[in-house]
Ligand binder design. Structure first.
Ligand SMILES: *Cc1c(COP(=O)(O)O)cnc(C)c1O
Length: 357
């Protein structure tokens, strides 16, 4: 830190992304990317021409991409906002809808970025403890008198709330925005997008990073009533009007044209998740009921940190959080079947050798 940094950022603790090591090739099960490549049409679209248009700015309204998204989700184009990763939609939502006096509430164990945004923007927040079994208790969020932010399914637990439970939270906070972060919704949870037509205080955020194989392109979107979207645009046009670049816009359009390919990938990942869960249970792991593209697992005989290190030494990367209550656990991305076989083989070996690497 230099002596010039603004005093308000002195104590800011930044978000720490999962490792993206460049030293060797790992079986990478640590950041919930898709094991499957983008659809052929996406690759063609980028190679086939859009790259030549890079000398020109992108459409600041991302009109074509928003039209396709609107059609896919049966909403109007005025109900769709696109952003540089869904992180940016979340960031803008914290900026737009939280005041210093009316803050934010979110679960204490959830996506680590919520707390970072709240701190970055000087927003008061309350982290509400998950129940003993790591579920979110909807009633804890009724009458929150603050912006409510919930990941559904939640991360890193993978546990989902039902649509009825989400609707009840939205209904019980009529004068505050409820943001539902659906980064993992395509792997088995119910989306709240259609409820945005009924409630003017609901904003649903999704991403192309997980189920749509495009983490490196940075594309996310938010769906809500037209006035909420206008508020997000106010923030966007005051920070970075060209927030989504040309290649990403084109790739996003081509992605939506190949929906069946991505649906099939999600079905494969759900199958692989069930296979892996069964193998992990046989090795003595217990897990939450994950509806996401990762499993959240702990072993009775070995600590999360030791398992993480032993796996890394064998070329397999998973995510370990050294935080209260969840430090015994590993968050393991569901990769391709051969990757999960490699994981199970490595764990079998580690547990047989008593954890010695
Ligand atoms: C991955 C993730 C995001 C952000 O993804 P982007 O790559 O920025 O679109 C948002 N919320 C949760 C809960 C996530 O796990």
């Amino acid at each position: 830190m230099s002596r010039f940094i603004s005093r308000r950022f002195d104590l800011l603790k930044e978000y720490v992304p999962g490792e993206q090591p460049q030293d060797k090739k790992y079986v990478k099960l640590n950041t919930n990317e898709s094991p499957y490549p983008p659809a052929p049409g996406v690759i063609e679209r980028i190679h086939g021409g859009e790259v030549r248009n890079l000398k020109l700015y992108s459409d600041p309204e991302c009109r074509r991409l928003r039209e396709v998204l609107a059609a896919q989700y049966s909403v109007g184009i005025e109900n769709v906002f696109v952003s540089n990763g869904s992180d940016e939609s979340l960031s803008f939502a914290f900026m737009a809808f939280c005041d210093t006096d009316c803050g934010a509430v979110f679960p204490d164990i959830s996506y680590g970025f919520y707390k970072v945004y709240a701190n970055l923007y000087g927003i008061d927040y309350k982290a509400i403890p998950l129940a003993e079994d790591f579920t979110i208790r909807p009633a804890d969020y009724y009458g929150a008198n603050a912006t409510v932010v919930i990941a559904n399914p939640n991360a890193p637990t993978g546990i989902a709330l039902s649509l009825t439970e989400i609707e009840e939270i939205v209904k019980r906070n009529p004068n505050n925005v409820v943001v539902i972060d659906e980064a993992y919704v395509d792997f088995g949870a119910e989306s709240a997008v259609q409820l945005t037509k009924k409630y003017d205080n609901l904003l649903v955020v999704q991403t192309f990073s997980k189920s749509r194989s495009m983490a490196g392109a940075r594309l996310g979107f938010a769906i809500g009533c037209a006035s909420l979207i206008a508020d997000l645009n106010k923030i966007k046009f005051s920070t970075n009007p060209y927030n989504v670049n040309r290649l990403t816009c084109a790739a996003g359009e081509a992605t939506l044209a190949a929906q069946e390919y991505y649906d099939a990938n999600c079905r494969k990942i759900i199958e692989t998740r069930a296979w892996t869960a069964e193998k992990l249970a046989a090795l003595g792991f217990t897990m939450t009921d994950s509806k996401a593209n990762f499993l959240f697992a702990k072993h009775s005989a070995m600590d999360g940190d030791a398992l993480y290190l032993a796996l890394k030494a064998r070329g397999i990367l998973v995510r370990h959080f050294a935080a209260d209550r969840i430090s015994p656990y590993l968050r393991i991305t569901v990769g391709a079947p051969d990757e999960m076989q490699a994981l199970i083989d490595a764990l079998t070996e580690i547990l047989q050798s008593g954890g010695l690497t």
